[in-house]
Design a protein around this ligand. Structure first.
Ligand code: C2E
Ligand code: MG
Ligand code: MG
Ligand code: MG
Length: 276
């Protein structure tokens, strides 16, 4: 097999680059089969109300249960799926599966589903959400869609109309990983969101990081003034929990409460975290 070096890069870097390209290629071709062979599964991580310290729902997080490579985390294949135009099909499966599983939980429990920017591109997302709710019987008020900050800011009419159509079903919209992009709270003022999820990179610096403290406090104060729920992501210690609550965060998620676990573990987590 002949290798062409079109980049002119030093040859000593080639093995690593080839390895990466091969890995991405293997992932991309594997993804096509994974859906058909039902190799994706959802794990669920508890979402806590900080005022009651009880679980209110779960975030669905995809994993690829690969026959040879074991459990592959989303960051290893979601970007490839986006790049190769496969994210809409995978995302539709996630929505349907999460709604079906959540429909079996107590009616007070919500489910949060991550949606990639590219899933808004073909204009079908609202009808996919409607179908997933209808097929599962899940009330729209029990579903939350998590979108990224970059999408939150891409205020095209098309995106905005889809978000409004989804919200009209009673579904809530959360802005995920908030603080990692380039938005300001002022920009979010007129947009149709229900929740900000403060990125783990800020929470990780607590309790010592003074800049993160100031940012979290400002987000919590202004966010709640705008009528938004404020979730802190990545809460790992009791000390962080106490600080976040004192700063006005209304909800929390993190290893301190529970790691993402398979659907079969949800009933046990609800008992342990005061939700059932
Ligand atoms: P995310 O939506 O911000 O999800 C939270 C991630 O942080 C999860 O990683 C979770 O396991 C991890 N996490 C939660 N609490 C803690 C903590 O206390 N400490 C630490 N160190 N980590 C914590 P995971 O499951 O690997 O997912 C990574 C990302 O992949 C997600 O970030 C989300 O952006 C994306 N993702 C996951 N499932 C889906 C999906 O179904 N569709 C799409 N489009 N993206 C998904
Ligand atoms: Mg999320
Ligand atoms: Mg997040
Ligand atoms: Mg995050």
């Amino acid at each position: 097999e002949t290798k062409l070096d079109v980049s002119g890069a030093p040859r000593r870097f080639e093995p690593l680059m080839e390895h990466r390209a091969r890995t991405r290629h293997a992932i991309a071709s594997g993804l096509r089969e994974a859906l058909a062979r039902r190799q994706f599964i959802l794990h669920y991580q508890p979402l806590m109300d900080l005022s009651t310290e009880r679980v209110t729902g779960f975030e669905a997080l995809i994993r690829w249960n690969h026959p040879e490579r074991g459990m592959i985390p989303p960051m290893a294949f979601i970007p490839v799926a986006e790049e190769r135009g496969m994210i809409s099909a995978i995302g539709e499966w996630v929505l349907r599966a999460a709604c079906v599983e959540a429909a079996g939980w107590p009616a007070s429990m919500t489910v949060a589903v991550n949606v990639a920017v590219a899933q808004f591109a073909n204009g079908r997302l609202a009808s996919i959400v409607r179908d997933a709710l209808a097929a599962s019987g899940l009330a729209g008020s029990r579903l939350e869609i998590e979108i990224t900050e970059s999408l939150a800011l891409a205020q095209t009419e098309a995106v905005r109309a889809q978000i409004e159509a989804i919200r009209a079903m009673g579904v809530r919209i959360a802005v995920d990983d908030f603080g990692t992009g380039y938005s300001s709270l002022a920009q979010l003022r007129n947009l149709p969101f229900d929740r900000l999820k403060i990125d783990r990179s800020f929470v990780r610096e607590l309790p010592a990081g003074l800049e993160s403290l100031a940012i979290i406090r400002a987000v919590a104060e202004l966010g709640s003034a705008l009528g938004l729920q404020i979730t802190a992501e990545g809460v790992e210690t009791e000390e962080q929990r106490d600080g976040l609550k004192a700063m006005g965060c209304t909800a929390a998620q993190g290893f301190y409460y529970g790691r993402p676990e398979p659907a079969a573990s949800v009933p046990g987590m609800m008992v342990r975290l005061g939700g059932a």
